[in-house]
Write a protein that binds this ligand. Structure first.
Ligand code: NAD
Length: 371
């Protein structure tokens, strides 16, 4: 390699940093666990780094790209979601940015499924009962019961990578599924899942016949016992199908009073004030959240209300936080590995330097023939 590339990582991503260094890269890692202030990122970019490694905590927009004009060649994000990166600005400044799709799909879906189980079966409340020594007898229904997951109906909102992986987990628990996605419908996948469900029933593995189908949002919300959200955060103007506050007073009220909401997508997809009311006033039975409108979750969040504590599970943006998923240096297994590879592809001009052919680049539209 001729030129020594300079990279600033806003966060440590483990062994992959060492691998970049061994490749001859000069990599500076922000030394604190908290995210750097934007001015720190701008300073580093101004100093002429070739590449930035970013997390969803960093606001990457025109200000950053302007600071890196002529020097910044790539932004490599360690996440699949990239709502913190202004796609239009990146493309205008002709800076490709990469993400880590696919490698976190199964980990995120399984966490959503476990959240759903913990919520419905009241595992948190049950453990508290045991730990606080309030478990005084076995009784058919006291002090409380949970709701089974097996055999219930779930609405899958967004049938992209993680939504489809969630469908696999739910199929294994003999759930019926209503899928909603206005922009991408994978009928082949849904058909194949139906075939496996039919086979399980025909062979006596599943007692009841189960089904899966695409539906409208209204029907999905009205019929489902569980609603699991797997959409990107898209604001008005960014798409034909915005997801900002997709769950609001109107849509929460469409859900059954006995239904549970699970959100592992992005916080602003759910109007938290409306959700807190929905839980307090029993419009729905419960919610399990991994993401919030403001992260970390503020101390005064209405979601922390003790009155809804046993019906509201709160997790710290943890769905992809599996050891292999987060840190494997293998780009086919780990977010860190895929993030580093995305950076390398652009800086070392892999794929003949054709950005549109680089698998992890998101804003390919800016680099077409006309671009
Ligand atoms: P994806 O792009 O493969 O799938 C998203 C799907 O949502 C697409 O099929 C899209 O058509 C659909 N969609 C868009 N607008 C919609 C709308 N208005 N209503 C319903 N569906 C709509 O993305 P993915 O890899 O499945 O990831 C989904 C999101 O999950 C990411 O963008 C990220 O924000 C979030 N995520 C969170 C964590 C976590 O740790 N909690 C981990 C990974 C991903």
């Amino acid at each position: 390699m001729g030129k020594k590339f300079r990279v600033f990582a806003t966060c440590d991503i483990g062994e992959s940093i060492e691998l970049l260094r061994r490749r001859g890269y000069e990599v500076e890692v922000y030394p604190h666990a908290e995210a750097p202030a934007k001015k720190v990122i701008i300073e580093k970019v101004k100093s002429g780094v070739d590449g930035l490694i970013t997390t969803l905590r960093d606001q990457i927009d025109a200000e950053v790209f302007e600071a890196g004009k002529g020097t910044l060649k790539v932004v490599a994000q360690i996440a699949v979601g990239f709502d913190n990166i202004n796609r239009g600005d990146a493309s205008r400044y002709k800076v490709p940015f990469t993400n880590t799709a696919d490698v976190l799909t199964e980990a995120t879906a399984e966490f959503a499924f476990f959240m759903l189980g913990a919520l419905a079966r009241r595992m948190w409340t049950a453990e508290h009962l045991t730990r606080e020594n309030k478990w005084s007898y076995w009784h058919p229904y006291l002090p409380f019961l949970g709701d089974e997951v097996t055999g219930k109906t779930i609405a899958i909102i967004g049938t992209g990578r993680i939504g489809l992986a969630m469908i696999k987990k739910c199929a294994g628990s003999d759930m019926n599924m209503l899928c909603y996605d206005p922009a991408y419908q994978n009928h082949e996948f849904v058909g194949a899942i139906q075939e496996t469900m039919d086979l399980r029933h025909a062979r006596g593995i599943s007692k009841e016949k189960t089904w899966i189908k695409y539906s409208t949002l209204e029907d999905a919300l009205a019929q489902a016992d569980f609603v699991s959200v797997h959409v990107p955060l898209l604001r008005e103007g960014e798409t034909q199908t915005p997801t900002y506050h997709l769950f609001n007073e109107r849509t929460l009220r469409m859900m059954k009073k006995t239904a549970f909401l699970v959100n592992t997508s992005r916080g602003p997809v759910v109007d938290e004030a409306a959700l807190a009311r929905a839980l307090r006033e029993n419009w729905i039975a419960g919610a399990a959240l991994d993401v919030y409108e403001k992260e970390p979750l503020p101390a005064d969040s209405a979601l922390r209300d003790p009155a809804i504590e046993d019906r509201c599970r709160l997790y710290p943006h943890f769905a992809s936080a599996g050891r292999t998923t987060r840190l494997s240096t293998d780009p086919d297994k780990g977010m860190a590995g895929r993030c580093a590879q995305g950076l390398i592809d652009v800086l070392e001009k892999n794929y003949g330097g054709d950005v549109t052919k680089m698998p992890y680049v998101v804003n390919k539209e800016a680099f077409g023939k006309a671009g």
